[in-house]
Design a binder for this molecule. Structure first.
Ligand SMILES: O=c1[nH]cnc2c1ncn2[C@H]1C[C@H](O)[C@@H](COP(=O)(O)OP(=O)(O)O)O1
Length: 202
């Protein structure tokens, strides 16, 4: 485990720590941009009220509910859909940079990754812009991550925006996990190629 990272159990053992849970929802897709650029995956992020990009989710109090139940509750508010999140979807927990001198009140950010069907992703996008109570308030809109390069743009441009907390590294680490899955289609090596071409440390 990399330094600063915690297991779910270690994170929950921190008495007094605050916990934030966020999730990367994604699916495979056959659709092509301009009918020729494969999109391959739809990965959902959101434009937050503060103008920063992040993943759906929020603060959870483990004294009152499980991390996963709290994350599902946040998803209902932000995306208008009740998506069950399980412990198996938990991929990472780490301390957020300290904003207070007291280590016991530090924020731990938990990250989940959940694969869905394309139909479910599309339904969630529609609900997020229609029935979600946070729409236009805490959440200005869902955005898809462009997983390709275009002349002067694509993933590189997306990554040059401002992200909340460690959301940018959560995205990059998840992309790398995605390409390392044994079941992964070799086509997906394009992600590794893109990250190399961006000279990102991977
Ligand atoms: O996407 C994220 N990745 C990592 N950390 C994040 C992300 N979004 C927010 N955060 C951090 C920074 C925030 O202060 C806390 C709480 O998150 P937030 O979503 O703003 O919580 P509420 O909706 O206010 O419950 O987590």
């Amino acid at each position: 485990m990399a330094s600063g990272q915690l297991s779910r159990v270690e994170a929950l053992a921190c008495s007094g720590c605050r916990h934030a849970c966020h999730v990367m929802l994604y699916c495979d897709t056959e659709t092509q941009l301009f009918g020729r650029i494969p999109i391959r995956h739809i990965i959902l992020m959101q434009m937050r009220f503060d103008g920063l990009l992040g993943f759906p989710g929020g603060l959870v109090n483990p004294q009152e509910e499980t991390l996963e139940a709290g994350l599902s509750r946040e998803l209902l508010e932000e995306m208008g859909v009740a998506l069950p999140i399980s412990v198996e979807d938990h991929v990472d927990a780490c301390y957020a940079p300290a904003s207070t001198p007291s280590p016991s009140s530090r924020l731990i950010t938990h990250f989940y990754v959940r694969k869905m069907d394309e139909e479910q992703i599309r339904e969630a996008e529609i609900a997020a812009a229609s029935t979600a109570t946070d729409h236009g308030l805490e959440v200005l809109g869902m955005v898809r991550v462009p997983l390709y390069t275009t002349k002067g743009g694509g993933l590189a441009s997306f990554l040059s925006h401002s992200f909340i907390g460690n959301a940018r590294s959560q995205l990059l680490n998840s992309l790398l996990l995605l390409v390392r899955q044994p079941w992964c289609n070799p086509r997906i090596n394009y992600v590794r190629d893109i990250l190399y071409s961006l000279r990102l440390k991977i």
